[in-house]
Design a binder for this molecule. Structure first.
Ligand SMILES: CC(C)(COP(=O)(O)OP(=O)(O)OC[C@H]1O[C@@H](n2cnc3c(N)ncnc32)[C@H](O)[C@@H]1OP(=O)(O)O)[C@@H](O)C(=O)NCCC(=O)NCCS
Length: 334
């Protein structure tokens, strides 16, 4: 799916994020599986990640992120009429985490549903919310992206254990006077699904499933380096923009080598690339909003800037969104 955002101007007017307190370093990991800090840093760029406590579930880390996004936008929870939560690690299959969040936050009028698109979930979710808002079906949306992948990792498998961390982010989306989303490109290839999968997690029968993530790292790496470039190029071309016009590039934080490869191929200079995979690892649906929050906090995400987000993940899925940032409070239509 690819298209320009021709409906009502819709922007991001509030942003929040949250990670668990517990920091897990590479050195600590090397006491659990056969690996070293040196290997992990060289192959992935990851130095540490956050891990949820035993009694902490997705909504526990998503709630503070959602509250921060609402406060940042300066709106009350009851003003939200759509809540989409992108995650592959909901508290449980049902009730959905979005319904639980809407209840905790106090959003009695909100439609609420979870969205599954692997690590691309957040990009899919903002595209969906855009459609609801631009068509006038929804007035104001809260989009949450977050995962607690530590709960479904095989803590004996060094190939996956080193990569992932827990975290969540949230954005408020609503009509704006200027800027806003310019276009989206989304795709999926179920044929490659078994390169990153969770067999036994649904209605398909598997013999003795352990309920833990399985991954073919090399295949996912090849896929990632391809789609991170092709998806970004496609959305830019469709929106009639060039890579030189992009001020802030927010790639999915999976591996610094994948990010460097995509930036090099696209021709994005390092100073425009947001990287925090060293501190958080791959937080799946939390990755892009966490990176957006970092860019805002270090002063790089300013009003009027062109921001390119590209994600990829299980499915296999990928997606890009192009937005002109209007987050200064003045451009909001209320
Ligand atoms: C997983 C990944 C880091 C592995 O890096 P790589 O450079 O491809 O490494 P390889 O798989 O080729 O393994 C190289 C060697 O290191 C070993 N190795 C694998 N994991 C290791 C670890 N954590 N520590 C030490 N050695 C490790 C392998 O066993 C292999 O040993 P061998 O040569 O004796 O067989 C990389 O493939 C990757 O990042 N893939 C994408 C994964 C991803 O992003 N998934 C999420 C998408 S949303």
């Amino acid at each position: 799916m690819i298209g320009t955002a021709n409906g009502t101007r819709i922007g991001i007017t509030g942003l929040g994020c949250h990670v668990p307190d517990r920091v897990l370093t590479n050195d600590e990991l090397s006491t659990l599986v056969e690996t070293t800090d040196e290997w992990i840093v060289e192959r992935t760029g990851i130095r540490e990640r956050r891990i949820a406590a035993e009694d902490e579930a997705l909504t526990d880390i998503a709630l503070p992120a959602a509250r921060e996004a609402l406060a940042d936008a300066g709106i009350e929870p009851h003003e939200i009429d759509l809540l989409v939560c992108a995650t592959v690690t909901p508290d449980m299959m049902f009730p959905t985490s979005s319904a639980l969040l809407a209840d905790e936050l106090g959003m009695p009028d909100a439609a609420a549903y979870d969205l599954l698109a692997g690590c691309t979930g957040f990009v899919y979710a903002i595209a969906q919310a855009y459609g609801m808002l631009a068509s006038g079906v929804s007035r104001r949306a809260l989009v949450v992206g977050g995962d607690v992948l530590s709960k479904i990792l095989d803590w004996h498998d060094r190939s996956t254990l080193i990569l992932f961390g827990d975290g969540a982010g949230a954005v408020v989306m609503e009509p704006v006077q200027r800027g806003g989303f310019l276009g989206f490109e989304l795709g999926a290839d179920g044929g490659g699904g078994e390169h990153l999968w969770l067999p036994g997690s649904g209605s398909r029968r598997f013999d003795a499933p352990d309920g833990l993530v399985k991954m073919n790292g090399r295949e996912v790496f090849k896929f990632a380096t391809r789609v991170m470039v092709s998806s970004a190029e496609a959305v830019l071309a469709t929106c009639g923009r060039t890579i030189d016009e992009v001020d802030v590039y927010v790639p999915h934080q999976a591996n610094v080598r994948i990010i460097d490869h995509a930036a090099r191929k696209l021709g994005v200079p390092q100073e425009k690339v947001v990287v925090n995979v060293d501190r958080y690892g791959n937080t799946s649906s939390g990755s892009i909003p966490l990176a957006l929050a970092d860019a805002r906090d270090d002063g790089r995400l300013r009003d009027g800037q062109l921001v390119l987000m590209t994600g990829m993940g299980a499915g296999l899925t990928w997606g890009s969104a192009l937005i002109e940032w209007t987050h200064d409070g003045n451009g909001v239509l209320r």
